[in-house]
Design a protein around this ligand. Structure first.
Ligand code: NAD
Length: 485
């Protein structure tokens, strides 16, 4: 049993129950982890609340030093953490190496921001007044994360929350709790007890008590839109701050001037990274009608040349999906598309060479339209539906024809088309030419049903700071506007 972490102690759940963690490449059980309950959550919240009383007053420079110390420890244990990420999540080692680099960078970035970012001075409202805006930590922050980037999405919440002076309770996904537990064990052992806690277990059972607990004022959540909606409803009861990073259905528009060969490589990367399990995966591709045949044919050849396999194999390009239920959804979207008239030009099913493991072939679909699930709902798998458009107006209209608005990509060297794309497409991140790159300094998040939050950048720290306006008058004599009139 791999225990969870409450108040500086490694503990079992009060229920004594466990759940299995599987290797998605083999379907073998690799660990058992406590299935937490409301009683465990209550213990964690009490610890985090008690720790906050001291932690909030630790000077920013000291917090910065402690966060940098954590990143030194992460770097020292890079191999262990990358191995564990690969084992439980399934994506290839180079992608997990990159994930860990981003985790380290995020903690370093917010460590530095914590030194200086505390609010602002205002022009005073009176001669003897001193007016300023203070930014204060909220208290206990719940960080609930999904399976696909277990440590990265944790870092985007945990680093700014701690840097701002909050204490945290982390709730990893049931597919991927091991890397989080190990990260806390290896890199946060110098933090005071109760500042960092980890609760493991099922969403409704271990996550909901965190969301509803009266002493948890902020819920930072990344995950599906359906669970985000449930959390928003529960949090509304106490007007809690919710920080929701939800699903996506990103469009990729290939402009008429784009080079097809490079566009094929860019689309394959944007759609198939982490077997398509990226919130900003390209899930819809739009190509000028006259280019569809050449593009889709070239893309089919390209993806057929990519190597499926266990993430731990150095030759693997694409690993398995993280769990059986994710593969079932991908298969259902392909079946729905085919039933409504789509044509599969690459992949389309489970690969025969892997009788075990949650693999699905990289799949290219043509003859698709917006009535199909694969063009409307998040697939979160290695599918690439390709649709034709007649002119750029139509491309933008199709890109915007979605309930989601997380990211969008355009390949073009025509600045007029690029400008139209980034001005007219409703998405929180726009990539022109280079899909799926990140930058610590810039905010990441969604519009529409993709969420209400921004992570990274100054916005990412703001989310974990309460705003207070202080009016201080150095002249305490009675004011002429007081009674009597
Ligand atoms: P999920 O919504 O099923 O689960 C996410 C987390 O919420 C898990 O820890 C889960 O245990 C917990 N949870 C589930 N039900 C809960 C409840 N009722 N109360 C509290 N917690 C609960 O998501 P998933 O399948 O693990 O991840 C995939 C989803 O995450 C996709 O929709 C993807 O787009 C989204 N995602 C979004 C972003 C982003 O930044 N917008 C990034 C990555 C992933």
């Amino acid at each position: 049993m791999t225990p969870m972490f409450i108040n500086g102690q490694w503990v079992a759940s009060e229920s004594g129950e466990l759940f299995d963690v599987l290797d998605p490449a083999t379907e073998e059980v690799i660990a058992q982890v406590p299935n937490g309950t409301a009683a465990d959550v209550a213990r964690a919240v009490a610890a985090a609340e008690a720790a906050f009383a001291e932690w909030r007053w630790v000077p920013g420079v000291e917090r910065a030093a402690m966060l940098h110390e954590a990143t030194r420890k992460m770097a020292a244990h890079r191999e262990t953490l990358v191995h564990l990420l690969t084992l439980e999540e399934g994506k290839p080692i180079p992608e997990n190496e990159e994930e860990l680099e981003w985790v380290i960078g995020t903690f370093d970035y917010y460590a530095e921001m914590a030194r200086t970012y505390r609010g602002r001075l205002l022009a005073p409202a009176g001669r003897s007044q001193f007016n300023f805006v203070m930014k204060e930590p909220y208290g206990v922050v719940a960080c609930i994360v999904p399976f696909n980037y277990p440590l990265l999405l944790l870092a985007w919440k945990m680093a700014p929350a701690l840097a701002a002076g909050n204490t945290v309770i982390l709730k990893p996904a049931n597919e991927t709790p091991l890397s989080t537990l190990r990260l806390v064990e290896l890199a946060f052992d110098h933090f005071p007890a109760g500042v960092v806690n980890v609760i493991t277990g099922d969403g409704p059972r271990a996550g909901e008590p965190l969301v509803t607990h009266p002493a948890v004022p902020v819920i930072a959540f990344t995950g599906s839109t359906a669970v985000g909606q449930r959390i928003a409803r529960l949090a509304a009861e106490r007007i809690k701050r919710t920080h929701l990073e939800l699903g996506g259905k990103d469009a990729f528009v290939i402009a008429p001037d784009a080079d097809i060969e490079t566009a094929i490589e860019a689309v394959a990367y944007a759609s198939l990274l982490n077997a398509g399990q990226v919130c900003t995966s390209t899930e819809r591709v739009y190509v000028p009608h006259r280019m569809v045949g050449t593009f889709a044919g070239g893309l089919a050849d390209y993806v057929n040349g990519l190597r499926l396999g266990p993430g731990l194999e150095p030759t693997t390009d694409i690993g398995p999906l993280a769990a059986a239920r994710f593969r079932e959804k991908v298969a259902a979207h392909v079946a729905d598309a085919v039933q409504k008239g789509a044509k599969v030009v690459a992949g389309g099913s489970r690969p025969g060479q892997f009788p075990r493991g949650f693999y699905f072939q990289p799949t290219v679909l043509i003859n698709v339209n917006h009535t199909m699930l694969c063009m409307r709902e998040e697939t979160f798998g290695p599918t690439i539906p390709v649709m034709g458009y007649s002119d750029f107006d139509e491309a933008i209209r199709l890109a915007n024809d979605s309930d989601y608005g997380l990211g969008a990509v355009c390949r073009t060297n025509d600045p007029r088309l690029a400008k139209r794309f980034f001005e007219e497409v409703r998405a929180g991140t726009i990539w022109i030419n280079d899909p799926l790159t990140d930058n610590y300094g810039g905010p990441f998040g969604g519009m529409k049903m993709s969420g209400n939050a921004r992570e990274l950048g100054e916005e990412g720290l703001e989310s974990f700071l309460e705003t207070k306006h202080v009016h201080w008058d150095f002249d305490d004599s009675p004011k002429e506007w007081w009674y009597p009139y």
